[in-house]
Write a protein that binds this ligand. Structure first.
Ligand code: G
Ligand code: G
Ligand code: MN
Ligand code: NA
Length: 252
């Protein structure tokens, strides 16, 4: 069966699941949120990585219903986490694809996910990539402005690897920069990576943005990032993406 046909069935037959990778504040050590990452629990192949199926989902347009599903599930999870007694507020971050903006329905889809689950806008972050900001024809900027006005925050994923001009950082409502793991992986040994990360942190801080380092795998990396003023971190050192019940166990 072609992957496309199987993926259509996956959506209809509830084979998709969200895993959640924890995100921590580097200064306090507090768990501050999670990135929702889609997985395909395939009946024969087991857990299929999004690296394999997201490209197919994007080509076929299936990412639109899949993305709406992910938004809904992630919002539902955020409500569960934040409604616990004496809970510290945690945010859920959801990855968006350009195809979802192209529908012209994204704002409506996000509003639907928020209202039908009771999720507060400040519990939701949307991750976009720089390439989305280059697309001049589309409604991306207007949609992001509308979402930001609601109180949803916007993160630029894989920051530093795209081709967008830095001016985009001020022309779009971007709240968070996620430093791509390619810059983090050779820390602390590689001097050039260190300088690039410092420059990104300094840029982000001077624009009043939050900084998240991705792909943190060692203690040394975590300490260095904290020392240069990076606010938050995600990575295998701190926690892998896990099913929702395991993430909830981390909340205590
Ligand atoms: O979870 P990692 O395990 O392998 O994810 C690989 C890639 O798939 C990442 O680039 C991530 O942004 C992307 N991805 C994971 N979940 C989603 C999703 O719900 N929507 C979109 N558009 N991309 C996703
Ligand atoms: O592109 P995006 O940033 O959304 O992708 C998240 C991807 O990064 C997921 O595939 C996730 O499993 C992976 N990831 C998260 N933490 C680490 C890490 O510490 N090391 C490596 N190599 N990959 C990671
Ligand atoms: Mn991401
Ligand atoms: Na990323």
């Amino acid at each position: 069966l072609a992957l496309e046909t199987e993926l259509r069935q996956a959506v209809d037959q509830d084979q998709l699941v969200l895993h959640f990778q924890p995100k921590f504040d580097l200064a306090s050590g507090d768990l501050v949120g999670a990135e929702a990452l889609m997985r395909w629990n395939h009946p024969a192949r087991g857990m299929v990585s999004p690296v394999q199926f997201i490209p197919v989902a994007e080509e076929t347009g299936l990412i639109v219903p899949m993305g709406a599903w992910a938004l809904h599930q992630a919002c539902r999870a955020a409500v569960t986490w934040n409604q616990r007694p004496a809970a510290r507020q945690v945010k859920v971050a959801v990855n968006l694809s350009a195809r979802q903006f192209a529908t012209g329905q994204l704002v409506e889809t996000v509003c639907e996910a928020l209202s039908s689950t009771g999720c507060l806008p400040q519990w939701l972050e949307l991750e976009i990539t720089e390439s989305l900001l280059i697309d001049k024809r589309s409604n991306v900027r207007e949609d992001l402005e509308t979402l930001a006005a609601l109180g949803v925050t916007i993160a630029l994923d894989d920051f530093g690897t795209g081709y967008s001009a830095l001016s985009y950082l001020t022309h779009f409502p971007v709240h968070t920069l996620k430093i791509d793991r390619s810059f983090v992986k050779d820390l602390p040994g590689d001097r050039q990576s260190g300088e690039l990360v410092k420059a990104i942190v300094s840029l982000g801080r001077s624009l009043n943005m939050e900084l998240v380092a991705e792909g943190v795998e060692t203690d040394e990396q975590s300490r260095l990032l904290a020392a240069i003023g990076c606010h938050m971190a995600q990575g295998f050192l701190l926690g892998r993406p896990v099913p929702q019940d395991q993430f909830e166990a981390l909340l205590g």
